[in-house]
Design a protein around this ligand. Structure first.
Ligand SMILES: Cc1ncc(COP(=O)(O)O)c(C=O)c1O
Length: 428
């Protein structure tokens, strides 16, 4: 038998495997780690991770994990999650977001990713439309994994880079899943009640038509892994809070990765109308993607104590706010050097534009990224990693792995590098 292989990659692999992209953010982060290991002065504003020296997970969670291990909690957990964890998460979602899926509508996974992947597998057939905002985190990888049709809905500076109801409505006929994320990674901006309510209305209107035609509905996947992290005077809004009728079409994703800064502890969950849960439980079970039993035990106890959680969230918001304010203040002083920012509203990200194309004589964000890294030791991620094609100078800055003094030192280096670049240009 002869094997014909036309594309790049390895002929032994499937087309899906050959077409699989590595995470651009993790590739950038790996090269930054290498520079730091070589002793270079670099502020790692790249990954959406937390340095445990800067951001500690709640001590109750750690004690709970250690106790669970000591108590011999080392066997398989049930595929949907421990019943006590599902119950405390269900109560939490109801108390916090007015979302009542009951215990049977909560399914846990090892982080938000397995439940995110599962939510796509639940509804998408090959060729179905998967719509997402641009910029946004990682959706293009999931389009590929599901053989879906990519429906990018570009945000604009005016919409704070969030997809709008009008833009979604233009593509609604093609959409089977719409994924929204608020606070948004990479921009740190949040939907208002009005914005989210208009989007829900577009979905409901379309679903009425589809129901009459016997067609499958538009499903809304709402990724709110940064929901507990909002700036002062900004509220996080869940779709059912502004539009209760959208409940039956909504899948909510959440996790402790960001909210409790426990990215490595791997606990996420899906809240879904209970009737849709059985295939998700089976899928998580087939993948073996359930969280380890000790973290489930510890989280079950913590999520049954909202007062401890709220205190932790307040303290965390303070730590985030100190870093964001400093970054904002320092970057706002650099407008004469082509730097501008979007007001951060939530999450751990700040969006900044480095419009240095002319001054550096370059054409791409990647060249600006390299210049910022080499000349100022500022490591950031271009919007290209979030699906944006245009070379517009927009970048994501993450504060999860930096101290306040790291930010000060990085901003000093940046200011000095920009002054030098502009002085050369003026003298040329
Ligand atoms: C918007 C968003 N959703 C989901 C995830 C995945 O979270 P987890 O680490 O729990 O899989 C991330 C991680 O960066 C994210 O930014």
């Amino acid at each position: 038998m002869t094997t014909v292989f036309m594309g790049d990659g390895d002929w032994r692999l499937s087309d899906m495997a050959n077409g699989m992209e590595r995470s651009r953010i993790l590739t950038i982060a790996a090269s930054v780690r290498e520079m730091i290991a070589q002793g270079k002065q670099v502020a790692p504003f790249t990954v959406g991770d937390f340095s445990p020296e800067q951001f500690e997970v709640p001590s109750e969670l750690l004690t709970g994990i250690v106790n669970a291990v000591s108590d011999g909690e080392t066997n398989y957990p049930p595929a949907a999650g421990l019943p006590e964890l599902r119950e405390s998460l269900s109560d939490w979602m109801k108390h916090k977001y007015n979302l009542d899926v009951g215990t049977n509508g909560i399914i846990v996974g090892s982080g938000a990713r397995p439940v995110l992947y599962s939510s796509f597998r639940l509804f998408l057939e090959p060729g179905d439309g998967l719509a997402h905002g641009v910029p946004a985190w990682n959706n293009h990888y999931y389009v590929h994994l599901n053989d879906a049709v990519d429906i990018p809905i570009p945000g604009t500076l005016e919409s704070r880079f969030l997809p709008t109801a009008d833009a979604i409505e233009k593509r609604i006929k093609e959409i089977r899943i719409l994924i929204l994320n608020s606070p948004l990674n990479p921009t740190g901006t949040c939907f208002t009640r009005e914005e989210l309510s208009s989007i829900c209305q577009v979905i409901l209107n379309e679903n009425k038509i589809r129901e009459a035609d016997g067609k499958k509905p538009v499903m809304l996947v709402y990724d709110q892994v940064y929901s507990t992290m909002t700036a002062d005077h900004i509220e996080h809004v869940h779709p059912v809070q502004v539009c209760p009728e959208v409940f039956e079409y909504t899948i909510t994703l959440d996790a402790i990765s960001k909210s409790l800064t426990g990215t490595g502890l791997r606990l996420g969950w899906m809240a879904i109308p209970a009737a849709l849960a059985p295939p998700v439980i089976a899928l998580i079970g087939h993948m073996g993607a359930w969280p380890a039993r000790p973290i489930q035990k510890a989280a079950a106890s913590l999520y049954s104590k909202p007062e401890i959680l709220e205190k932790y969230f307040d303290e965390l918001d303070q730590k985030i706010s100190v870093r964001m304010s400093l970054l904002q203040e320092r970057l706002s002083n650099l407008t004469e050097y082509g730097v501008s920012i979007v007001q951060p509203e939530g999450g751990i990200y700040l969006t900044a534009r480095f419009n240095l194309f002319e001054i550096l004589g370059v054409k791409t964000n990647e060249e600006i990224r390299q210049w910022l890294l080499q000349s100022a030791g500022v490591a950031i991620v271009p919007f290209q990693a979030f699906g944006l094609e245009e070379e517009t100078g927009w970048f994501r800055i993450s504060i999860g792995a930096v101290s306040v003094s790291d930010i000060s030192a990085a901003m000093d280096r940046l200011e000095s590098a920009l002054k030098t670049a502009f002085a050369h240009e003026r003298n040329a």
